[in-house]
Design a protein around this ligand. Sequence first.
Ligand code: MG
Ligand code: MG
Length: 251
Amino acid sequence: MIKRKSKDEIKRMRHAGHIVALVHQEMRKVVEPGISTKELDDIAMRIIKENKAIPTFLGYSGFPASICTSINEKIVHGIPSKDEILKEGDIIAIDVGATYGGMVGDSAWSYAVGKISEDKQRLMKVTEEALFAGISKMRAGNVLDDISGAIEDVANREKMGIVRNYGGHGVGHEMHEDPFLFNFRVGNQTKLKSGYVIAIEPMLNLGCDDVVVLDDKWSVVTKDGKASAHFEHTVLCTDDEPILMTTLMEG
Ligand code: MG
Ligand code: MG
């Protein structure tokens, strides 16, 4: 069942989302050749705790870190490691979750490490565009498939692979609530209502759609080894414009 969030729940989620955005603001500054993904995790953990929130991912189904760090062909759920050092030309998707007042904010962003190839630039640009195309359909009266279709159309136009096995989700008291949101049309005619909050998160690939889960049981990579990008915002549905919950709050 999809739950509509109360005003009070939305207020706490907005705060959680602000903390997630603070982490991304810092990631944008520190992502550069030479830093390890473990160092990124430590920074994220510090910011989340300083803001009296809980890192949502830590311990989630046994996940051992506060953020997911997925480099190049890794799509999602990469585990930070001191031995994994960013290098010039990489792209890294950083997924951040924070729980504040019992409510979750969830947002992922892909970052360029130094100078990257034109292909990777295009992949990142198109995946971000797909995210905002999906967000624009997050309006009361639309259906879930409108969001999925908007994402699919951008990916198809640019001939990008679409990750099929993972997608967006309702979010609130839990990180993963109903509904599941595919990043391509599946015919889901569930009507959107004001008060629904959904994490919209296209994962697009430079190559094929197919994915493989690595032996660490977490890291998901593209089957053809080509790069993947991931952009995600937690979004509130209203009768009017959708509201981004995982941006910095004014003041
Ligand atoms: Mg996420
Ligand atoms: Mg998510």
